[in-house]
Design a binder for this molecule. Structure first.
Ligand code: NAD
Length: 421
């Protein structure tokens, strides 16, 4: 059987396939399952005609990819960005399959995206785009089919519009169709900060593995949106020193430590970390190369590549973002003995609490923050320890171990269910 060969370093689907190939080889995955696991179950592309505020009509393009529904309904965010591509959504959907399997929650993997620039759209235009996209996908979404969540440039307001549109079509309120909703519409406490909290939990596991003390652990964070800002706050509250932060506009650096509460207040006001008075300005590229114990990319794909991997001076990389490191960079970092907590493990806190939200919506019974956080901690610790044990047992790095564990779990389910002919 011909296997998929990956080539372009920054193509996200190829990046996923490179790691998949190594893990599949180690697992001696047979060709049939190899084909099934690499072929998305369903890929949908929709045209979204919208009447803009100025009265003109514009057509946007949207995607939803359901990579695997073997272990349960599809689960995965929706992103709004001008550079969304089908290959990117395809890769992100596959990563969701592996992430849900690593976290051992009963979901498959899916992802969606709309090619648009939200900064150039009014709230009314965004709402129309969201509702029309939802209506176009009405047959494939649902609490038992596919459950979207926020991702880059989407938030609880967007989730509320999706929930409302879906409910209007179903003729009754269906809160479980999306997660990351506002609290009074069936959202879960703790969801907003869950991905950042999950990053902190796996950082705790990694630092204790290396006997590192929190107060001597310097952290640099790339991206100051949902994941980056929450991770910064929670890591800082538990004693880690945040010494550098960037966003799309630039960065700030203070080797003595940044007051994260003040930085969050500044970023809220200025809509960027740039200009924060108690730190030096630094470029987005430079900051990645500063010495630190933990580098936490929480922005977007392809930030650590073969061009800058050899300049990274961190002990641990905790991947808050999806796909921040290319496959070529993996090898360079591995040779430098940098310990990577891979995305499909490190940022699984978000989907784990999304799962809790879905469970609460279906039960109609809501948990308190203590329960959510305790269950998140238990789940993240289990996942980290299972991947670390897998890595030690098979003599592979954490990323390949996470892929092996995920592929093994999904392949097992497919074999058990059998192939419906
Ligand atoms: P967000 O839109 O809230 O924030 C993104 C941040 O990254 C912003 O601060 C933006 O300015 C910054 N950024 C973008 N490009 C940058 C660049 N080149 N250099 C520096 N900063 C840059 O998005 P988010 O929800 O925080 O998601 C960030 C990443 O985490 C994405 O890869 C997403 O898929 C992943 N993720 C998010 C969640 C979640 O719960 N939100 C869960 C799992 C994974």
């Amino acid at each position: 059987m011909e296997r998929h060969e990956s080539n372009a370093e920054t193509n996200p689907f190829d990046a996923m396939v490179s790691r998949f190939n190594i893990a599949a080889e180690k697992l001696k995955l047979d060709d049939g399952l190899y084909q099934i696991l690499l072929t998305p179950d369903r890929e949908i592309s929709v045209a979204i005609p919208v009447q803009m505020d100025n009265g003109n009509l514009r057509v946007f393009k949207g995607y939803r990819v359901q990579h695997s529904l073997a272990r349960g309904p599809g689960k995965g965010g929706i992103r709004y960005a001008p550079d969304v591509t089908l290959d990117e959504i395809r890769a992100l959907a596959a990563w969701m399959t592996w992430k849900c399997a690593v976290a051992n929650i009963p979901f498959g993997g899916a992802k969606g995206g709309i090619i648009c620039d939200p900064s150039q759209l009014s709230s009314a235009e965004l709402e129309k785009i969201t509702r029309r996209y939802t209506a176009s996908l009405i047959d494939v979404l649902g609490p038992d089919r596919d459950v979207p969540a926020p991702d880059v440039n989407t938030d609880e307001r967007v989730m509320a519009w999706i929930m409302d549109t879906y409910s209007m079509h179903m003729r009754h309120t269906v809160t479980g169709v999306v997660t990351g909703k506002p609290l009074d519409l069936g959202g879960s406490v703790g969801r907003n900060e869950a991905t950042g909290r999950g990053c902190k939990i796996v950082c705790d596991r990694a630092t204790s593995r290396f006997g590192m003390k929190r107060e001597h652990t310097r952290v640099i964070i790339q991206g100051f949106g949902n994941v980056g800002s929450m991770a910064a706050r929670i890591l800082n509250e538990s004693g880690y020193q945040i010494i550098g932060v960037t966003d799309i506009h630039g960065g700030v650096f203070n080797p003595l430590g940044i007051n994260v509460t003040k930085l969050i207040a500044h970023a809220k006001e200025a809509r960027t970390v740039v200009g924060f008075p108690d730190a030096e300005p630094i470029s987005g590229n430079e900051i990645l190369e500063q010495p630190c114990e933990i580098l936490l990319p929480a922005a977007t794909e392809n930030q650590i590549t073969s061009h800058n991997a050899d300049k990274i001076r961190a002990r641990i990389i905790c991947e808050g973002a999806n796909g921040p490191t290319t496959a070529q960079a993996d090898q360079i970092l591995y040779d430098k003995k940098i310990f990577i907590i891979p995305d499909i493990l490190a940022n699984a806190g978000g989907v784990t609490v999304s799962y809790f939200e879905w469970v609460q919506d279906r039960q109609g019974y809501f948990w308190n923050l203590k329960t959510v956080n305790e269950r998140l901690e238990e789940s993240m610790v289990n996942s980290f320890d299972t991947v670390a044990a897998y890595a030690d047992r098979h003599g592979v790095n954490m990323r390949i171990a996470a892929y092996m564990l995920a592929i093994d779990r999904v392949a097992f389910t497919i074999r058990e269910r059998g192939i419906y002919a």
